[in-house]
Design a protein around this ligand. Sequence first.
Ligand code: NAD
Length: 549
Amino acid sequence: MTEQTVHVLLVEDNSLHLRLIQKLLAGETQLNYQVEAVGTLTDALACLENRPIDLILLDLILPDSQELETLFKVRSAAPEVPVVVLTSLDDVSLAARAVEAGASDFLLKTRLSGITLGRAIRYTLARVRAHGAEWDSPMLRLAQQQFLKAAQIMGLDDNIRQRLLFPQRTQVVSFPFFRDDRSQVETVFGYRVQHVLTMGPTKGGIRYHEDVDLGEVAALATWMTWKCALMGLPFGGAKGGVRVDPTTLSKKELQRLTRRYTAEIIDIIGPDKDIPAPDMGTNEEVMAWLMDTYSQQMGYAVPAVVTGKPVVLGGSLGRREATGRGLVYMIEAAASHIGIDLQGASAVVQGFGNVGSYAARFLEEAGARIIAVSDVSTGLYNPNGLSVSALNQHVAENHVLQGFPEAETISNAELLELECDVLALAALQNQVTVNNAGRINCRLLAEGANGPTTLEADEILNERGVLILPDVLGNAGGVTVSYFEWVQGMQNLTWTHDEVNERLKSILLNAFERTLQRATRDSQDLRTAALIEGVARVTEAKLLRGVFP
Ligand code: NAD
């Protein structure tokens, strides 16, 4: 279940209906509700003035207000808050007029169930966000600010600057999938964004998370462009996502969702067009379903349509651990640059999924003491060091870190501020901000996640002498081995584990050295230098190809 709490104002004067709705909301498992119940318009308006409300469930016939007037008064008191109208069978035409007048949805009180009520609320909240904030996402703002900063410093041609600020191609889909009991069909939003089509096919992961929106996917696609260019890979950046909480779905539901999402975006993906890969909330199994769905449509097996798939289906050896391994190659290089010996150094890792768990393992192998780790369920702290294999074993049995015995529990916020040599961020975006950057207590902050540090936080950390290993370098191991997987797929080759790791190390360290040289020469931080390297390569390619027609 999600930890998000939704504040609902329930305006209903019929005590029977009131109790029924309260009971149904209490039994809903996908969101936590905090319900404020009132029976008159006057009380509703007072409540809207005093409390933050996310959604209003509104009976239009109240003792002190009738019909559409009730809606108009509520909407003028709180224009931003979505309203779901509660109606009885005999006033459905009133409900229709209410929707026309700005209500988000209506529910028939006589046919209410936990499923219909919960779904109306979740969908309403998702739709409001979709209308208001598809492009207006903090992540896209961050990606664009970083790009504009680099563009200014490198004196980028304004024609190119405008061209690269927004993605070249976006596809937004809304599509259905059956829940397991077959009586429910969920409708979710999906996205595929291709930022730059100049460099070759586009490449980028697919994210399943309840917060995914167009802006977030566009930001991730933009970073992929810089990352691929910085590594010298023949791809433009792309990203995909579905706005869904995958932890609430069974495996069969996840498979149906994946197959339908693939069918929806099938025209714009392909080995020569756009090649998806795993990201947060997706894994090898999801990639296998994607490859199978695509191949079914083509009529023959097309392994190269996707990377990060199981080895037996044409996946590459070393892809599963590539992002974590690459992060640690980069940490080794950055640590030696600032004089940290990883042997005996202390390390903290936020996120214990694909990237975090492998990063922790390779840091431990390099001699570091992992003093804290966290995931969505908890943070764990042990100053004497945690055993990564014991943590992996615990997660294999329990799915999450919670309940691991040999550690003190701490919050994710506390974990970020622990004193350590290396802080590796491998969970979500927007973790180190202006609010906590002053208390971050590490020497090297290594970004495995995309966009975990805001631009304001960058400045504070730079001033405080913390070296930031930026995401476009830190997590580039994933796309680099994805590139190897694509090359092997296109040519029906298989490389050994050692071949993969050697080539990976050489590409990553070369990019690190080029970035470091530029940063030193131009007195820039590593993020700006890395972005300039990437942007310069894309710019050169764009100028050579010219503008069509
Ligand atoms: P994942 O789904 O395998 O793991 C995510 C981890 O973060 C889980 O342990 C989850 O519990 C944890 N988490 C979620 N919310 C959290 C919270 N609020 N606080 C603390 N932990 C939380 O995802 P992943 O593939 O490891 O991706 C992690 C990050 O790395 C993402 O930003 C992703 O874009 C980036 N990345 C991944 C790859 C890849 O190859 N998988 C490549 C490049 C970048």
